[in-house]
Design a protein around this ligand. Structure first.
Ligand code: AGP
Length: 643
């Protein structure tokens, strides 16, 4: 939810932090702030609202803080409204410590009460501020004892030179460790101290933190996008670990102080991938990138002899053969991808497949065992609801396969196996290209399961594979002819509501269309199975109401097609303005569609890869026509790291 960057090196920390925050702003944009260590002092500036407000305040201030150690934060508010006072960084009573935080400290109320009893003055409504004050106390305790200095090589507390500095840094890290052990909940924390200008310290529990390592510099951030312009060498930080970053490297320990190895990795994309590339909005760029994103998801997964290869899985073929039930857990758009997967997995494998919102999964005590395969779908790999569902599934001995877009994120690490969607960075808050990647990855898993379990013949798998390989081109074709949908959306900017109807795999597509419109255009939008309409929702239909209908192919499933034609007539008869998404050659729907949007013909189960596109464009264009920011819709954040 919040975006975090910490820097230590030779460059101006303020500039590095602001540039990083620009790339992290998709994570939250309620307020922003920075703190820079400057000549034995700490300069902090915080502003409510988007990062631009902070930049304006910095431009107007007489001197901008110069220093090569600093932190920056962009906030999605949880505890306390989006005000200057609640913006991060937060400081302790002495003003020596500055802390930034992503997550929720669940025991903050009792910690705050204790601190106030001890005479601390807390000035914000946030949970984060307790960390600065706890660290103030713990550091005083550590400084008063010799233990940590001895651990750092026996250096004295106050001696001059590098040894003393190292001892001081070690003391700060030890005090921070003690604080982390007292915290409950989810947190990424990054801390700087005015008297320790040679170190930035970070910690994580159930919340993202990656380290970037450059020449003579190090970065701590929520996402590699924050430092990709400086280095593509990253290190994963594990659960309940602390990282001490210095100019000459990083040291990672667990919360008990034991040294641990971080997993280094190379970021496979560069800074240009995280730029708008000439588009006015990231969302428009990401919509246009879908043919390539889909091709990247599929690349290397379909071997020459049409066998499906899941090259990053750590489960054996036998494990997949042993599966007797599949659960899919995910949130939002990823959940819709899971709903589509259910149709494919059940049809191809004959295994029962349930799809569940991750936020509900563990609370209803699902029946799981060693033979259950849980597929966790997440673009960010950090969604806390999904992460908790993964942990619950593994506790119950189920096997977990993650479908994820973000290398080095938490959900893949906590799973038994992972299939990366490789769509590249997605910055727009609304998921677009990664939805296509998720659907494609799910189809691959479905085909793989069918293949290893021997439910589909080799030639059947080969036929599906051939069709799947043709999908990126069909996605490109759909986007090339999508202008009529754009034009139509612009005429509907004043509509009060929009309904979306679908059947079979068109139903999750309808849900996705409605979600996109809600989050981008702030309009009432609902998705329904078309057959369910008569059981209540049809009462919503009134004269002129736009109703988008995702029509199934008339080929092969004509019984379904004729049903939806009836449903279109039902809403038309009640005055609805019908917008029908139908495949090329479907002439039957023509008389009933006030607006007809064509998509290429595809196999039934692959249709969402093209039918979703007009709905993304519809929501985006309608929101733009209403004058809204489609990259940063109100109240939202790209990565939801709180429950
Ligand atoms: C949809 O446009 C949103 N971005 C949201 O519903 C998202 O899909 C959901 O929060 C899950 O995120 P994840 O894929 O990163 O887990």
């Amino acid at each position: 939810m919040c975006g975090i960057i910490g820097y230590i090196g030779g460059q101006p920390a303020l500039e590095v932090a602001l540039a990083g925050l620009r790339r992290l702003e998709y994570r939250g944009y309620d307020s922003a702030g920075v703190a820079v260590v400057v000549d034995g002092g700490l300069r902090t500036l915080r502003r409510a609202g988007k990062l631009a407000n902070l930049e304006k305040a910095l431009a107007e201030s007489e001197t901008s803080p110069q220093g090569t150690v600093g932190i920056g934060h962009t906030r999605w508010a949880t505890h306390g409204g989006p005000t200057d006072g609640n913006a991060h960084p937060h400081t302790d009573c002495t003003g020596a410590i500055a802390v930034i935080h992503n997550g929720i400290i669940e025991n903050f109320a009792s910690l705050r009460a204790g601190l106030e009893r001890d005479g601390h003055e807390l000035v914000s409504e946030t949970d984060t501020e307790v960390v600065a004050h706890l660290l103030e106390d713990e550091l005083a305790t550590v400084n008063a004892s010799d233990g940590p200095a001895a651990a750092a090589g026996g250096a004295g507390a106050a001696g001059p030179g590098e040894e003393a500095a190292a001892a001081g840094a070690s003391r700060l890290t030890e005090a921070f460790r003690r604080v982390c052990r007292r915290l409950e909940g989810a947190f990424t924390l990054v801390v700087v101290h005015r008297d320790h200008p040679d170190v930035v310290v970070g910690a994580r529990r159930n919340s993202p933190l990656v380290v970037g390592v450059g020449a003579g510099e190090a970065f701590l951030a929520s996402d590699v996008a924050a430092f990709i312009a400086h280095t593509r060498s990253a290190v994963e930080i594990g659960q309940d670990q602390i990282v001490e970053a210095r100019r000459d490297g990083v040291t990672i320990t667990d919360f008990a102080g034991n040294q641990v190895e971080g997993r280094p990795y190379h970021v496979g994309w560069d800074a240009s991938a995280a730029e708008k590339g000439g588009h006015p909005y990231f969302m428009l760029k990401e919509i246009s990138e879908q043919p390539a994103a889909l091709a990247d998801t599929l690349r290397g997964r379909l071997s020459g002899d049409a066998e499906i290869v899941l090259d990053e899985e750590r489960l054996s073929a036998q494990d997949f053969r042993d599966v007797d039930k599949v659960f899919i857990v995910a949130c939002g758009t990823a959940y819709h991808a899971g709903l589509i997967a259910k149709y494919a997995i059940e049809h191809w494998t004959r295994l029962p497949c349930e799809v569940e919102m991750a936020s509900e999964f563990r609370y209803r005590d699902p029946v799981l065992d060693r033979s259950t395969l849980v597929i966790a779908i997440s673009q960010s790999g950090e969604t806390l609801d999904t992460l908790m569902a993964v942990k619950h599934a593994r506790e119950q001995k189920a096997r977990v396969l993650a479908i994820c877009n973000t290398n080095g994120s938490t959900i893949p690490r906590e799973s038994d196996a992972v299939l990366y969607t490789r769509c590249g960075p997605e910055v727009g808050v609304a998921s677009t290209k990664t939805f296509l990647g998720q659907v494609a990855a799910c189809l691959l898993v479905g085909l793989y399961l069918a293949q290893v379990r021997g439910v589909l013949y080799g030639d059947e798998v080969a036929r599906y594979v051939e069709k799947l390989q043709a999908m990126p081109a069909l996605v490109g074709e759909t986007l090339a002819t999508i202008e009529p949908m754009r034009a139509l959306a612009r005429t509907l900017a004043d509509a009060r509501a929009v309904l979306f109807l679908g059947r079979h795999v068109g139903y999750p597509v309808a849900l996705e269309g409605a979600l996109k419109l809600k989050e981008l255009a702030y309009m009432h939008a609902e998705g329904f199975p078309a057959g369910e309409l008569k059981h209540g929702p049809i009462a919503l239909v009134e004269q002129g109401l736009p109703v988008v209908i995702v029509a199934p192919s008339p080929r092969g499933r004509s019984h379904l097609h004729s049903k939806i034609v009836s449903n279109i007539q039902e809403v038309r008869a009640r005055g609805a303005r019908t917008i029908v998404i139908a495949e090329e050659g479907d002439t039957v729907v023509e008389p009933y569609a006030e607006h007809l949007i064509r998509v290429p013909a595809t196999p039934t189960l692959f249709a969402p890869l093209v039918t979703t596109l007009p709905l993304q464009v519809f929501a985006c264009e309608l929101a733009l026509a209403r004058g809204l920011d489609v990259d940063q819709p109100r109240n939202l954040a790209k990565s939801v790291t709180v429950e």
